[in-house]
Ligand binder design. Structure first.
Ligand code: LLP
Length: 422
């Protein structure tokens, strides 16, 4: 059994009890189900069987090398938004010719490094970026394959902070400018415009916004091909959502059927950049209740995990299910589940019905495989959470908890000042 399930009254990741991990590794700790990541990846990739398709996992969702390695061995490429992510993907064994480099602010150093590594494609977000890539590639005597990331002006119906495909977003090039930019690209040295790309937002739970955007993108691709541009790949982006609260998941077969239908007249490669979908439900943050505090009108479960470890509730008002590691039949009552950080936004749930717990009990914050460990910080001088990957009945620590001294080892109370120009 893969994923998080109660077995003999104890929450397990695959076949490993979370109590055993918490005892051995401490808390807070992110735990990932290798089985579920693999199963989910295969489900996604197989949905496009029969088409030439490349799934480039969005590294930003969870960039741990062990997660990248697992997905890479399944055949995934990588969608990266910094040269750091590109280097992680390569370090995890993902072939450079399966790596896409996106992002609105690629520096000259990053572009040169990506050309050196020999990535598949730059997803270009502006004309000045296109010209910069052209100049750097031409100077190096290389041909950079690019996609223009098109902003199809579609409302993804998701949280304002993670919608990216509406006119007025900083992302991509407006659809009405795209043909002109491809024509410009064709005149530039060092550039081969091999693809078109889009990404309209994240945590999208219906097929319609994808269909509206992809229809526009495919029409553009056909127009470009007719005009003689060497477009042989359509990058459909990421954004496929997951259930956080027991909602019905997006209908993946319907999504895949739509993509195949809308792209039926296109013979080239389809690319995808799923992040959250592949790893989101496959992770949990395991934390211990430090204190149960009874206020005059509410009860608090104060955890050893804080908003620095998992920022999604504070940043996006995101819901994460929170369940006890030891199953209980006791009746739930509303509590606030909070963390230690000195901000009132360090709260995971308000008035959430939870079973009675006592100091020292373990809880699991679910659906924390994506944008969770990857967004953690050491705010309040707290060590980053440890990370553990489970495979069947075995587990591995894939990110060790660092000592607190490590956090400030490269700082000094008496810095050595240097004169300018030295
Ligand atoms: N491709 C591009 C160009 C992206 O910007 C993103 C995510 C993805 C792919 C992957 O999207 P996904 O399949 O994971 O939805 N921190 C936020 C999510 C930010 C998403 C940013 N871009 C959160 O915690 O909800």
């Amino acid at each position: 059994m893969s994923g998080f399930t109660y077995q003999s009254g104890v929450l397990h990741a695959d076949a490993v009890p979370l109590t055993a991990i918490a005892d051995a590794v401490g808390t807070p700790t992110y735990v990932y189900s290798g089985g579920l990541i693999r199963e989910t990846y295969r489900g996604f990739a197989n949905a496009f069987a029969g088409r030439d398709a490349l799934v480039c996992y969005a590294v930003k969702a969870n960039s741990n090398l062990a997660v990248l390695g697992l997905l890479g061995r399944e055949g995934a490429g990588a969608d990266c938004v910094s040269i750091g992510e590109v280097k992680r993907a390569v370090a995890a064994g993902i072939a450079p010719n399966k790596i896409v480099f996106a992002g609105v602010a690629k520096s000259a150093t990053e572009i040169a490094a990506a050309l050196e590594i020999g990535i598949l494609q730059f997803n270009v977000e502006s004309v000045p970026e296109l010209e910069r890539i052209s100049a750097i590639a031409a100077a190096r005597g290389q041909l950079a394959e690019i996609a223009i990331r098109v902003n199809p002006d579609v409302d993804a119906g998701t949280h304002a902070k993670i919608t990216t495909g509406k006119k007025g977003n900083k992302f991509g090039i407006d659809l009405d400018q795209a043909a002109g930019v491809y024509a410009h690209a064709a005149t530039l040295p060092g550039i081969r415009a091999a693809a078109v790309a889009m990404h309209i937002g994240s945590q999208i739970t219906t097929v319609e916004p994808f269909e509206a955007a992809l229809t526009r993108l495919v029409a553009l691709a056909q127009e470009l091909i007719a005009a003689g541009h060497p477009v042989s790949r359509i990058d459909c982006g990421g954004g496929v959502g997951i259930p956080y609260r027991g909602e019905a998941p997006i209908d993946l077969p319907a999504y895949a059927a739509m993509v195949k239908r809308v792209t039926a007249g296109f013979a080239g490669t389809l690319m995808f950049e799923p992040g959250r979908y592949l790893v989101g439900n496959a992770g949990a943050l395991v934390s211990r209740v430090e204190y149960v505090k009874q206020g005059s009108d509410r009860r608090f479960y104060i955890l050893d995990a804080g908003m620095n470890d998992l920022i999604r509730p504070a940043m996006y008002e995101a819901w994460h299910d929170i369940i006890p590691v030891r199953q209980t039949a006791d009746a739930p009552a509303p509590v606030d589940v909070v963390g230690p950080i000195c901000e009132s936004s360090c709260i995971f749930a308000k008035d959430r019905p939870m079973p009675p717990l006592v100091d020292g009990d373990l809880i699991a914050i679910l659906s924390a495989g994506a944008y969770s460990a990857a967004m953690a910080s050491s705010y309040n001088t707290r060590a980053l959470p440890a990370e553990v990957l489970v495979e069947g009945d075995r587990y591995a620590v894939i990110k060790a908890r660092r000592s607190l001294e490590d956090l400030f080892a490269d700082e000094s109370p008496t810095p050595a000042f240097a004169p300018l120009g030295s």
